[in-house]
Design a protein around this ligand. Structure first.
Ligand SMILES: [Zn+2]
Ligand SMILES: [Zn+2]
Length: 347
């Protein structure tokens, strides 16, 4: 998205009353936000909510979802720019590169013991679209881990236009690359690791290794000709169950996400408050309706997609709270498990 959170509204999200905002980096794991929709009308107790999440273990072959940033263009210090990581088989697969991505990944690595999210491990990135809030962390994730001893280049996947963006980034930082390669910094072991080969896609299978199979999902997002969600399939090995995670990216209600999930383990979906949307100026209402998904619309999507867990991210509050979003979803009739994600949550 661009400007949708801040532009023309003055309705910056107030600080939530939830405990996790007082210390956004604590290992809170949505304790205050997890609910069992409809079956438990009130927000779950921390004990109940804790059962919904798991602290990652990089030795596990099970696929896991790590929320690095849930933010929007709003410069909310508690919510870093949009980025999530799928971790499987000791490797991290990043989706989007919002501002702060490398530091949030480092925080997740330290606090949850996920070695794959240390800077030197960040070598796979999947972009949903080229809006600035999803990509201004791109030079950070290309160059910072190189300096921090990443041994290999980062592979970048994204919609058409990604290769041009990456070429411009490489051009913009060429003096830095030259000085690091030909100055006194020791880079003999990773001289090529600043590179960032790009694979562009408009949808379909895009990547596969021993840990995951990744499929790009075309979604509808405003006027963008190509915007993507991603589906990650982990085959399950070494005793770990097969698991499927679907990530919406930025999208207005898109039937392709229903089909991609189809009973998946986790559906990570963007959302805005249907209630506070009513207070937005008409021109911004038109933009949001064309670009994003309201709580009420998400209930229709998720009811048919049937995920075992629905995770809200990239939340647009406009004065609402996480509890408000979850209440709107319950009141619209959703009966599945749903949480409103905070940065550094693990599922
Ligand atoms: Zn966008
Ligand atoms: Zn966005």
């Amino acid at each position: 998205m661009t400007n949708e959170a801040a532009g023309g509204c003055g309705a910056k999200r107030p600080r939530s009353t939830m405990s996790h905002t007082s210390d956004p980096l604590r290992i809170g794991l949505s304790l205050a936000t997890a609910v069992l929709a409809s079956a438990v009308p009130a927000p779950a107790s921390p004990q109940e909510a804790a059962a919904d999440t798991a602290v990652a273990d990089d030795t596990a072959s099970e696929i896991r979802l790590v929320i690095l940033g849930t933010g929007t263009p709003n410069a909310d210090p508690d919510r870093s720019g949009p980025a999530v990581a799928v971790v499987a088989g000791g490797r991290a697969y990043l989706v989007d590169a919002g501002p702060g991505i490398v530091r949030r990944a480092a925080a997740a690595s330290t606090r949850h013991g996920i070695e794959a999210l240390a800077p030197s491990g960040l070598n796979r990135l999947f972009l949903t679209h080229l809006h600035s809030d999803h990509t201004v962390g791109l030079p950070d994730v290309i160059f910072s881990p190189w300096v921090l001893e990443r041994p290999d280049p980062i592979l970048v996947f994204g919609p058409p236009g990604t290769a041009t963006m990456v070429e411009h980034i490489q051009e913009a930082w060429k003096e830095d690359v030259h000085m690091r390669l030909f100055g006194l910094e020791p880079h003999d072991y990773n001289r090529d690791a600043y590179r960032s080969p790009v694979t562009e896609t408009t949808g379909g299978p895009v990547y596969e290794d021993e840990n995951v199979r990744v499929t790009a999902i075309p979604v509808m997002h405003g006027s963008w000709p190509h915007s993507l969600g991603y589906r990650f399939d982990a085959p399950g090995r070494d005793g770990a169950p097969a698991r499927t995670i679907v990530i919406s990216g930025d999208a207005r209600p898109s039937e392709s996400l229903v089909e991609a999930c189809d009973g998946c383990d986790i559906l990570v979906h963007e959302v805005y408050s249907a209630e506070t949307f009513k207070g937005r100026p008409p021109e911004w209402q038109r933009y949001h309706a064309d670009s994003h998904t309201s709580t009420v619309e998400l209930v229709d999507i998720a009811t048919r997609a049937r995920p075992a867990l629905l995770v809200l991210y990239h939340q647009l509050y406009w004065g609402a709270t996480d509890e408000d979003l979850l209440r709107e979803i319950r009141e619209a009739g959703y009966t599945g498990r749903v949480v409103s994600a905070a940065d550094l949550d693990v599922y």
